[in-house]
Every structure is written in structure tokens, then in C-alpha cells.
Design a protein around this ligand. Structure first.
Ligand SMILES: Nc1ncnc2c1ncn2[C@@H]1O[C@H](COP(=O)(O)OP(=O)(O)OP(=O)(O)O)[C@@H](O)[C@H]1O
Length: 319
């Protein structure tokens, strides 16, 4: 869907922001670009919608070279969400979200209807929020409006630059969850820039770790990245607690469960779903102060997970 081929960007003052970058993002995939400050993440993102022109290399969108496209036309097909969301301060929330569909020539009634639906999608009750002005919203709510506005044109591709940056950790997790849900529902192709490795492994189907000068240090699934960092730089960047982080990206599997027979109900914490991560499982055990938890698939119990099971699952994910 998106392909960067030997893309480089040297700014006029000689700063090499990105060098020889090769990167592919599949249709419907969510890719996170992560790395220390100044390593070229935003530059890379902005080259995809040509807010910045690459110095070398080519960028393809659906097989077509983006440098052949009319930049304005190109950007209409690509949603763009930034941290300083850039809402129009003197327009109501609903009008902010309607802007792009109106630009496309949709009727006011259709655009309004769509804007109201999108507010609902991003978890803002239209009855409460549609007629407010941006300054009457919290930071997290404003960011949701930003996401709704980017979705309004129904673009197949979304570029997001630190979209959940300016909010506290609790709201941040909530926004991430909501966005993951929206993404699963709508199947957009997303490239998301973040400096937060936790956000990257939580959100990304794949994670691209950038090093200084826009060098791609590793491009892998979160599991792979945390289990097998490609070099010392990546190992250092994902941090010495990567073992703990792996809990959040490793699923529970049937083969790591023990049978339910013979287990005393008093030993069990609340049951969790087989789709949960090891992190959720361990968190439930700790919260309920129980040595094991029941695991369900739908309504049926399928077994019991113990800390030993968590350990085996982590080890198995390395193989
Ligand atoms: N217009 C510009 N002119 C010269 N250098 C620039 C320009 N824009 C960015 N840079 C430099 O290019 C490098 C990459 O910047 P970029 O914004 O892409 O990094 P980033 O990884 O997104 O950083 P951050 O996480 O801090 O936002 C930095 O060294 C930055 O100072």
C-alpha cells in the first residue's frame, strides 16, 4: 500500500534527517515509527503526504509514485492527525469535523450527519459535544475531534504524528484503545509516529525503530522486536524492562493452560478471555491476589493459567 524506496531527506542547511530508507506498509496495517527525538520520524511521515519533498528515492502509494500526484489531491486522500490538532477555534466541534466532507462537495446535511456519526465513533456523545467550541473541551477530547476530522474524508490512509501525545497516561491509554477499535472496524492503513515505545508495541502491527539520521534500525512485529532486538541500539531503546513489555504483546494460548479439574474455586481470580494478553492475565492475578486465573473462550472455561504458564508462554513466543 505504502512503499518507501531508498528515501532520503537532507534539509537545505545540510541536516541529514533521513537516509536511504526502505519501508513497506501493507494495506490495513498499522505501523508505528518510533525512536529518539530528532531521528527523522516526522520528516518521514510528512514525505508520505508531500508536506516535505524527499531529496532522493521514491515513495509509492498503491503502486503510484506520490511525486507524480498533485499534492493537494494527494493530501485529500490521506488523513493527517497531529498533536497540536489545529482545530478551528471559532467553529463548533461538529463544524470542525464537517470541514473536509464539505470541501469534497458533500451537501451540508450529509456532512453534518457523517460528522455526528464520527463523533460517536471516537467516543464523544454528539448531544453533549457537537455544539461546543474547542476551548470547551479537555485535551483528550480535542484529540478525539482531531481523529474524527481526519476520518471524515474516509481516507484509506491515515498519518498520525504523536496523536495521543499531550494527555495524561490514563486518557492516553483510553484513546489508544478507542483508536485500535476504530482501526479494526474501519481497516485503515495507518502510519503513526511516537517517541513512546510502549505506545508503539501496543498499537503497531509492526514497529519501525529509527536511529539518528533516519536510519532504520529494526522493522519487526512487537513480539519480535522485544524478544530479539537487532542490535545494542534497539536493545537499549526498548529498555531493560522489555521482558515486562513482552507480557503486553504475548497472547495466552491454549497449550499453556492447565486443566480446571481439581482446582479449588477459592484459588481462582476473575476469569479472563483467551484473547487477553499475558499482561492482562498477570494483572488480574495480582489484583485478585490469587495464584491462578480461569480462562474462558466465549462462555466456556478452557483452563487455568498460573505464573508458570505465563513463563512458558513467554519462552514459547521466543521460538
Ligand atoms: N526544516 C528543517 N531544516 C533543517 N533541519 C530540520 C528541519 N526540520 C527538521 N530538521 C532536522 O531534521 C532532523 C529530523 O527531524 P524530525 O522532526 O523528522 O525528527 P523526529 O524524529 O520527528 O523528532 P521528534 O521526536 O523530536 O519530533 C532533526 O535533526 C531536525 O532538527
Amino acid at each position: 500500500m505504502i512503499r518507501l524506496s531508498e528515501v532520503g531527506k537532507t534539509y537545505p542547511d545540510g541536516t541529514v534527517a533521513v537516509q536511504e530508507l526502505d519501508l513497506e506498509v501493507g494495506r490495513g496495517e498499522m505501523v508505528c515509527l518510533v525512536g529518539p527525538s530528532g531521528c527523522g520520524k516526522s520528516t518521514t511521515l510528512k514525505m508520505i503526504n508531500r508536506l516535505i519533498e524527499p531529496t532522493t528515492g521514491r515513495i509509492f502509494l498503491d503502486g503510484a509514485d506520490v511525486t507524480d500526484a498533485d499534492p493537494v489531491q494527494l493530501r485529500r486522500g490521506i488523513g493527517y492527525v497531529i498533536q497540536q490538532i489545529g482545530l478551528f477555534p471559532h467553529q463548533r466541534v461538529v463544524t470542525n469535523v464537517m470541514t473536509v466532507p464539505l470541501l469534497y462537495g458533500e451537501s451540508k446535511a450529509t456532512a453534518r450527519q457523517r460528522a455526528l456519526e464520527l463523533l460517536e465513533t471516537v467516543g464523544l456523545d454528539p448531544a453533549t459535544f457537537a455544539d461546543r467550541y474547542p476551548h470547551q473541551l479537555s485535551g483528550g477530547q480535542r484529540q478525539r475531534v482531531g481523529v474524527a476530522r481526519a476520518l471524515a474524508a474516509n481516507p484509506p490512509v491515515l498519518l498520525m504524528d504523536e496523536p495521543f501525545g499531550a494527555v495524561d497516561p490514563v486518557v492516553r491509554t483510553k484513546l489508544q484503545d478507542e483508536f485500535l477499535r476504530v482501526q479494526r472496524e474501519l481497516g485503515k492503513t495507518v502510519v503513526l509516529v511516537t517517541h513512546d515505545i510502549d505506545e508503539a508495541v501496543r498499537m503497531g502491527d509492526r514497529v519501525a525503530v529509527f536511529a539518528a539520521g533516519g536510519r532504520l534500525a529494526q522493522y519487526a512485529t512487537p513480539e519480535e522486536l522485544l524478544a530479539r532486538p537487532a542490535d545494542d541500539f534497539v536493545a537499549d531503546f526498548v529498555g531493560s524492562t522489555r521482558g515486562l513489555r513482552r507480557l503486553s504483546v504475548t497472547p495466552i494460548r491454549l497449550e499453556h493452560l492447565e486443566p480446571l479439574d481439581g482446582v479449588n474455586a477459592g484459588q481462582l481470580g476473575a476469569a479472563i478471555d483467551l484473547d487477553s494478553t499475558l499482561e492482562e492475565a498477570l494483572a488480574t492475578m495480582l489484583r485478585d491476589d490469587k495464584p491462578m486465573i480461569g480462562v474462558k473462550k466465549g462462555a466456556a472455561f478452557v483452563g487455568v493459567l498460573t505464573p508458570n504458564g505465563v513463563h512458558s508462554a513467554l519462552r514459547a513466543s521466543l521460538r
